[in-house]
Ligand binder design. Structure first.
Ligand code: NAP
Length: 226
């Protein structure tokens, strides 16, 4: 199957949490790390998030640096990578930053049972692909994005979405910034949630690089093929 190179990028606490028990956007890592995230975005053709992240965090998902946006334009690329969201679209706010902030192509992979009126409304602002199955097959997402010219896909969470792409065997690399904080909380999302893997199915990773920035650690892993 033809698919883009897919990587997950996330910041987490030492106890593996990507948010607090309040499950909304919190600043976890340093400004230096945020600048690195901006570079990763600028170097990607598309940036993808799950529906909970879209609804709770209302992320802009654009390249923040004017210099990086200009460099993209000089290369003949769009100013920002394509924005992609996955899940039931019924609660998506038409005024959301995802839909309105910055100059970027927008795509939804919507659940089969999504509200038809909402599909029409969003269809005026974005491309909407409605799933034929109960769960939106991550392979279908990867294949479709490849067909649209996406060669490098950055997944920016959350925990459930990370799990679904990892479970489907689609993720090539994982970049995680470990920040010197502890959130705790059994209901706080971790880097990977979902149903989880049994011991024999646990994914194996190879450490590609390790960079220390102050008290933060940037770890890059390749996901071993099963
Ligand atoms: N620290 C970080 O770097 C970082 C980055 C991003 C997010 N976060 C945090 O992560 C938390 C959200 O994570 P989360 O695990 O709750 O949610 P999530 O992964 O953002 O979204 C999960 C939802 O997306 C939809 N979805 C994703 N893939 C799907 C598929 N293949 N088929 C069908 N539906 C799919 C489903 O929505 P439906 O059930 O509606 O269909 C699913 O419940 C927030 O607290 C956010 O702040 C942290």
């Amino acid at each position: 199957m033809k698919k883009p190179f897919i990587f997950i990028n996330s910041a987490m606490t030492v106890d593996g949490k990507i948010s607090t028990l309040e499950r909304r956007q919190v600043r976890i890592s340093s400004q230096k790390d945020m600048d690195m995230v901006d570079k990763l975005r600028a170097g990607s053709d598309a940036v993808l998030v799950g529906m909970n992240t879209l609804l709770t965090d209302d992320p802009k998902l654009t390249v923040k640096s004017g210099k990086l946006r200009e460099e993209r334009l000089e290369k003949g690329l769009s100013e920002n990578p394509m924005k992609v969201a996955v899940g039931r679209i019924d609660s998506v706010n038409l005024d959301s930053e995802f839909l309105n902030y910055g100059n970027a192509e927008k795509i939804f992979f919507a659940s089969r049972d999504s509200d038809t009126l909402k599909i029409d409304e969003l269809g005026d602002m974005a491309d909407v692909y409605v799933s034929v199955d109960d769960e939106i097959d991550p392979c279908f997402i990867a294949k479709t994005l490849h067909g649209l010219g996406v060669r490098r896909l950055m997944i920016e969470g959350g925990a459930e979405t990370n799990y679904r792409f990892l479970k489907a065997g689609l993720v090539d690399e994982i970049y995680v910034t470990v920040a010197p904080r502890i959130f705790g909380g059994r209901d706080a999302p971790t880097l990977v949630d979902g149903a989880g893997f049994m011991e024999g199915q646990a994914l194996k990773l190879k450490l590609l690089s390790m960079n220390r920035k102050g008290d933060e650690l940037l770890l890059k892993y390749r996901v071993s093929k099963r």
